[in-house]
Design a protein around this ligand. Structure first.
Ligand SMILES: Nc1nc2c(ncn2[C@@H]2O[C@H](COP(=O)(O)OP(=O)(O)OP(=O)(O)O)[C@@H](O)[C@H]2O)c(=O)[nH]1
Ligand SMILES: [Mg+2]
Length: 329
C-alpha cells in the first residue's frame, strides 16, 4: 500500500476506540465475576470470563494500533510541517456575526466589534429572527444579511460566504452576536495568524472564562474530549481542546478552498464539522485561547442544557469517526 495512504490512516483514533471498548467490556466482565462470587453456581462466572477475555483482546489490539501510529507513522505524518510565517498584506478584517432572535445582545456586540481599530465592517446574518434583531443591528451600524434556511449550520455557512467575498479584506472574523465573545480578543487571534490559515478560539483556559457562562463543567470536559478525538484522528497536525467555539479568524483564501467541502445542513455540530473538514483539506489550524463571557439573552444552541449537549457531542463524535453524511440529513 502507498505511503500516502498510511500518512492519512487514523490508526490512533481506531486504537483509542478499541481501547475504550476494551475498558468498558472489562468493567462489565468483572461485574459478572463479582456477582458470581457472591452468588456461586450461576452461569455468571463462565460468561464473565468470556467477557474479560474479549476485553483483553480489544485493549491489546487498541494499544497495538495506537503504537503503530505513534511510533512508526507519526514521523511521516509530521514530515512536511514547518512553523509557517505568512503575514497578510492587509491586516484589516471583515467581522460577521450570527444572530437568531438576539435583540438584547446584537446591538452591544456590533458596537463592540465596530470599536476595534482593525475592523473594517460588521455584517450580521439574521436567521429568521422575529424580534428586533435586524433593527438593533442596523442601528448599531452593521450591514444585515437575511438567511431564510433555519439552523446554526446554515447561518454560519452563509456568514463565511458573505464575509469571504469581500476583495478589500483578506481576513474573516466569525463570531456570535450574543456577547459571549469580545472584540479585544482580535489582537490575540492576529498574533497567531502568521502561523495559520485558520485561528480557532478555545475556551479551555479556566482563568479566561467568566464564572456564570452556560458552558457547564460537563460541557467543558465534553468539548475537551471531542477535541482530543479530533486530535488523535489527525495526529501530528494540531492540538485541539475545544470543538464548540464559533469565534475564529480565517484567511479568505482558506475559506474559498474549504466552503465547497462543508455541509450547511450539519446544524449545532457545525464547528466540529468545520474543523474536521479543514484538517482533512490540509489547512493549517492553530488554537488561540479566548475569553468567554455570560450570554446576553436566551440560549438556543448546544449549551442550553446538559442533555442537549450530550446529543450534540455524540453527533460530533459520530461525524468525526464515521463521516458527516448522516449528520447532515
Ligand atoms: N441554536 C441556533 N442558533 C442559531 C440559529 N440561527 C442562528 N443562530 C445563532 O448561532 C449562535 C449560537 O447559538 P447560542 O444560542 O448562542 O448557543 P451556544 O453558543 O451553543 O450557547 P450560549 O452562547 O452559551 O447560549 C447564536 O449567535 C445564535 O443567534 C438557529 O437556528 N439555532
Ligand atoms: Mg452562543
Amino acid at each position: 500500500m502507498q505511503l500516502s495512504f498510511w500518512k492519512t490512516a487514523p490508526l490512533l483514533l481506531y486504537g483509542v476506540l478499541f481501547f475504550l471498548l476494551g475498558f468498558a467490556t472489562c468493567l462489565i466482565g468483572t461485574a459478572f465475576l463479582l456477582v458470581s462470587g457472591i452468588l456461586p453456581h450461576t452461569a455468571g462466572f463462565a460468561l464473565g470470563v468470556k467477557i474479560v477475555c474479549c476485553s483483553g483482546f480489544c485493549l491489546w489490539f487498541g494499544m497495538a494500533l495506537g503504537s503503530v501510529d505513534l511510533f512508526v507513522l507519526l514521523r511521516y505524518k509530521r514530515a512536511e510541517r514547518r512553523v509557517g510565517l505568512n503575514y497578510p498584506q492587509v491586516w484589516d478584517l471583515t467581522v460577521v456575526l450570527t444572530a437568531y432572535n438576539d435583540e438584547l445582545s446584537i446591538g452591544p456586540a456590533v458596537a463592540d466589534f465596530r470599536g476595534h481599530p482593525r475592523v473594517r465592517r460588521v455584517i450580521v446574518v439574521d436567521n429568521n429572527s422575529i424580534d428586533a434583531t435586524k433593527k438593533n443591528a442596523v442601528e448599531a451600524g452593521a450591514t444585515v444579511v437575511f438567511e431564510a434556511r433555519q439552523g446554526y449550520g446554515y447561518c454560519v455557512y452563509r456568514a463565511l460566504q458573505e464575509a469571504s467575498a469581500f476583495e478589500d479584506t483578506e481576513l474573516t472574523l466569525l463570531c456570535e452576536g450574543d456577547m459571549t465573545f469580545r472584540a479585544y480578543d482580535i489582537d490575540k487571534f492576529l498574533a497567531y495568524l502568521p502561523h495559520a490559515d485558520i485561528v480557532n478560539g478555545t475556551r479551555i483556559v479556566e482563568q479566561l472564562r467568566s464564572r456564570d457562562t452556560q458552558l457547564t463543567t460537563f460541557m467543558y470536559y465534553g468539548n475537551f474530549f471531542v477535541g482530543k478525538l479530533l486530535e488523535v484522528k489527525y495526529i501530528g497536525k494540531g492540538t485541539f481542546t475545544d470543538v464548540g467555539t464559533t469565534y475564529k479568524l480565517c484567511r479568505n483564501s482558506a475559506l474559498r478552498a474549504l466552503l465547497p467541502a462543508l455541509d450547511p445542513r450539519v446544524n449545532l455540530e457545525f464547528n466540529a464539522h468545520f474543523l474536521d473538514r479543514a484538517l482533512a483539506s490540509g489547512l493549517r489550524l492553530v488554537e488561540c485561547p479566548v475569553t468567554f463571557h455570560d450570554r446576553v439573552g436566551v440560549s438556543k444552541g448546544g449549551n442550553s442544557s446538559n442533555w442537549r449537549a450530550v446529543r450534540v457531542g455524540l453527533r460530533m463524535m459520530a461525524g468525526i469517526i464515521c463521516g458527516w453524511r448522516s449528520i447532515g440529513k
